[in-house]
Design a protein around this ligand. Sequence first.
Ligand code: AHR
Length: 523
Amino acid sequence: MVARHARAGASGARIEVLLHEPVGIISPDLYGHFTEHIGGVIYDGIWVGEKSKVPNQGGIRTALVEHMKRLRPSVVRWPGGCFADSYNWRDGVGPRPKRPRRTNFWINDSFLQAAPDGPAKYEPNQFGTNEFMRFCRLIGAQPYLATNVRSNTARDFYEWVEYCNAPALQTTLAQQRAAEGEAAPFGVRFWGVGNESWGCGGNFTPEEYAAEFRRFTAWVPRYPDASGLAFIGSGTNGADLDWTRRFFARLTERDAGLINLLYGWALHYYCGTAGKGGAIDFTVDDWYELLAKAIIMETLITQHWAAMGEVDRRHQVKLIVDEWGAWHRAGTEVARTHLFGQTSTMRDALIAALTLDIFNRHADKVAMANVAQLINNLHSLFLAREGKFVVTPNFHVFEMYTAHHHGQSLRAIFEVPSLGAAATKGNLLPALAGSASLRENNLVLTVVNPHAADSRESEIRLRGAAIQTGAARVLAASDIHAHNTFDQPLAVAPRSLPVEAKGSAFTHVFPPASVTRLELRLE
Ligand code: AHR
């Protein structure tokens, strides 16, 4: 590993927060999660079983529940991902010993071929709708279910809605739910209509998918005591504007009012990996390359938003970035069964912070986002293997950023130089990036310093308010490769610092390769 030596701070930066320029409320849904039946996410990660020696609450890993509560999570997506379009929800309800065992969607992945047989290859259906709802309830989050468009019918979809949402005992499916101890409806609001329908979800063209979307959503039961249904269309892969334009055009070609069927339009963007390195073994050039790829998210949001607006002129439909993160090469999994179970470093923490700041800055356009995936997978917040459990640096970023939940996103101008192309091998990165929000009298400013070696001093100025007191929480490490392991769980952890701030301006030094949250109490 390459040790990083902090160098003297560069200055010439100024951040101005405009208190009278609100962008939109930062929904906690922007800090959502994603859990798929893939590798070690569900089995081992979330579900250990009631008889396990691993501390659990009705089969669900207690350590995960306790840590999730600290994040005040608002929404979790399930059961996929690509898995969703092979899933029959009926397999996952009813008495657990009687549930069928099926071949998992991911069995063909070469990584798993070398893994022992088990739930990663053969889906035991021990974790189904009721178990997922229980998980959501334990952590205080709303469920977001992805339905199977590729290999199930519209009827299977609306009967799943009925199973989840029909009033107690009113239908046979509601009685079945009650027989499993869940008389009260789950009230599921968010429904994804397929996943990546341009690929694993059916290899559709946008026109074909628009027809499926219309069919699947033409009639779905809405029950009086439920909070309504929010359908999310399977949107685009990264920069594919053609998919967005053609879907919106075909959806509305006969009836412009069908736009009302769409609550949100999904966008998936993985910034991939960089160079020849892996998840924990990379060069400084790789560091800059990947951070620069991560911030492409902002362009994707604004471009798709504009394309959606060509049809949806009043911008009723919001963006749902329901898969995002870095996707590294295999090699750092904590178990051979944990497909995509990469270890996250400080680099991933900065990617998380840069991305969450982008969502905050576009709180008027993005209604929900779900990092992929919660545990034992890409860009995870946790790693677990049987009795072992550890938080990754990404968890710390999510916890620090809970301070933005429900805040009013404010326009903040970062007058900062770009990091020199020579240092970053041509990858353009701002010297500092971040977002600001206001809730009651508390201003939260989160700032990333992407420089691998240099701290950066910045003037911070509030236009329209004065500061009473300030405090900082900082996630930084002496090595850009730093990460937590089962043996060293505290290698990366944030620390709190006092901040000398009064009046409407102050100066702050951001350490190299860091994420900082400034909390400023206003007069
Ligand atoms: O998150 C892993 C996979 O990436 C998901 O199943 C799929 O939707 C995407 O391609």
